[in-house]
Design a protein around this ligand. Structure first.
Ligand code: GLN
Length: 283
């Protein structure tokens, strides 16, 4: 089969699920991954014939896409902060909002002139490990730890840390029910923050394929992780400690409220203008 014919199959089979431009984008993503063809090379090589193995890969991808599976899970990898990360059904697919959280944290460490050597950083609910790995890449002299309740998530996180040659202290822990062991200078987190009553608003492709444990608060209290982090900041955040949190856009004020005992706590918006991050510092 020629590549141009495969493209037509892609368009016909997926037209109920995706728009024409989305299909175009998906097709080029798979061509880049399976055939190592850039967008320009793809345009110039549409007459190329596909090997049987490659044709097979495309048909499998099409059937998985038709089931609503996110393309990142089909490929087993995605790009985040300009880096490649392995992902699977046990971890959340990285979102651009978390890139913004990291940009904020990196900027603040620089602006506040925090001493990076030995800076103790903790990521709570690390998932695929994107947060600690990006931070360790930026601040190699920092001591970066990351916890998650899920062994399967930590497996992927460790694979990503090895791939990026970063040394991270990964700890399996049920954060809501177990104590922290150390005092940190930075606590950062993108915890599960979707409330149970918001369940109906979440797309099936998200709910059906991404781990619910990473998306939904385990109780009717959507702020349960933030409350625990605010409490832990008394004994587990150092005197010159800072906190960076990704939050539910609908709960900006309520979440900020939990950090009012800090000398400085700010609610910040993401690029779409939604309340998305909390920055708080103890000094
Ligand atoms: N931002 C994600 C979503 O709405 C949720 C991430 C989270 O719960 N931490 O799909």
């Amino acid at each position: 089969m020629k590549l141009s014919e495969t493209k037509t199959v892609f368009q016909n089979e997926l037209s109920n699920l995706y728009s024409k431009s989305e299909i175009e984008e998906l097709f080029s993503i798979f061509c880049e991954n399976f055939l190592e063809l850039s967008k320009i090379e793809l345009r110039q090589n549409l007459n190329q014939s596909l090997s049987e193995i490659d044709s097979e890969k495309f048909s499998e991808a099409i059937s998985e896409l038709k089931m609503g599976k996110p393309f990142q899970q089909i490929l087993g990898e995605t790009e985040f902060y300009g880096m490649k990360f392995f992902i699977n059904e046990h971890v959340l697919i990285p979102r651009p909002e978390t890139e913004e959280l990291l940009e904020l944290a990196i900027q603040k460490v620089q602006d506040l002139r925090l001493k990076v050597k030995g800076l103790k950083i903790l990521d709570i609910g690390t998932g695929s490990g994107i947060i600690p790995i990006v931070l360790k890449k930026h601040f190699p002299e920092a001591e970066v730890s990351a916890i998650d309740i899920s062994e399967s998530a930590l497996e992927i996180a460790k694979r990503n840390a090895n791939f990026h040659k970063t040394e991270i202290n990964f700890i399996q822990k049920d954060y809501l029910n177990e104590k922290l062991d150390d005092i940190y200078d930075i606590i950062i987190s993108n915890p599960p923050y979707i409330g149970i009553e918001e369940n109906i608003e979440i797309e099936d492709s998200v709910k059906g394929f991404e781990p619910n444990i990473a998306l939904f608060s385990p109780t009717s209290d959507a702020l349960i992780f933030y409350r625990k982090i605010a409490r832990d900041s008394t004994n587990h955040l150092s005197g010159n400690g800072t906190i960076f949190l990704e939050i539910n856009q609908k709960l900006g004020k309520e979440t900020l409220e939990l950090f009012q005992h800090f000398p400085k706590a700010e609610l910040l918006k993401d690029i779409s203008g939604n309340d998305r991050m909390i920055f708080a510092r103890k000094f």
